[in-house]
Design a protein around this ligand. Sequence first.
Ligand SMILES: *Cc1c(COP(=O)(O)O)cnc(C)c1O
Length: 397
Amino acid sequence: MPGFELFGDLERKQVNDVLDNGVLMRYGFDGMRNGHWKAKELEAELQNTFQSKHVQLVSSGTAAVSVALASAGVGAGDEVIMPTFTFVASFEAIMMLGAIPILVDIDDTLCLNPKAVEAAITPKTKAIMVVQMCGSMGNMDALQTIATKHNILLVEDACQAIGGTYKGKPLGSIGDLGCFSFDFVKTITCGEGGAVITNNKEYYINADHYSDHGHDHVGNDRGAETHPFLGYNFRISELHAAVGLAQVKRLPEFLEIQKRNFNILQEALSEIPEVTFRTVPEGGVESGAFFNFFLPNLDTVNKVLQGFKENGIDVCWNYFNNNWHYIKEWNHLKDLKSLFPISKEVTDGLEYLKTKDFSKSDEFISRNISCLIKLSWTEQEVRDRAVKMVKVIKASF
Ligand SMILES: *Cc1c(COP(=O)(O)O)cnc(C)c1O
């Protein structure tokens, strides 16, 4: 998935455009800009890419999740349901608002298990946040049905699934709000950056103001603008947006390479009876950012990963003991190791983490191997890699 692999002249040209002009900020300075509005241009491109009416660029994917929730009114004491397998950003973004992350099990999609979601709903639940992990997706119809039934929000974190689709719709565009990251390891990069997408005009206007100190962005005198409500600063800079503008135009090319590489690996491994693949919900098409498969148990997984290492097969992992992506090692969250006092609502609200059983998630995560799909591999390199992977896996039983 890495945008960091492929960047060059197009990105340089866009950045130099900003530097030559000298306005590094996305708002204001209308007289000096000579028509340079990189963030605005990138938002227009992303509307098209993600088939969404509104796009608000922000400073990161974590900011995108927090801004999305804030824009829809999620805050102190509200519960947001999220998966056990994600990136730490998910609970960070929720807790930044004083809301309570409610972690629930995943299933063999490697995303939220709808049954676990339904069981976790309380009168305090304001949103379900599905994280479209490793290029694929949760069962969106089932999750949407639950959200509608309980009249709560469905928010999609599609940071790792840029370019994936469900029933013809881009991932991120299905829920009430969608979130993207353009950090340095995502499918397209700005260096650092993120986006909130929505078809809801009110959420969009809220996101636009909230991410820029509450500025209403009316008129062309920034100092005279009013502040209808409180905001923060989650702005993207023109320099970052310029990189993204070059990258987004290359997305179709990136996705084509990703999918080619993904298909070669999947085809090769499908001849091994002990290997199973994650379930992709009916109507879903993976982005190809990662290739995921299951083995019978953690012992085999460890043996295979050791074999991969010895044979030069890099960028494959198991997440069971990973510090950043799985609940098991999130002791800083379980023990609430915070630099500053955390509200009683959140402290009490997270008590459940000390005792809640996540063995169903353990079962899927411990048996999973997740391989990053690189864009820089040639077709021959992927074919050689596939042959080696099959050999190592077969030798491990
Ligand atoms: C990368 C990522 C984020 C956070 O993005 P940043 O831009 O690094 O803040 C959030 N959620 C998921 C699933 C991610 O992979």
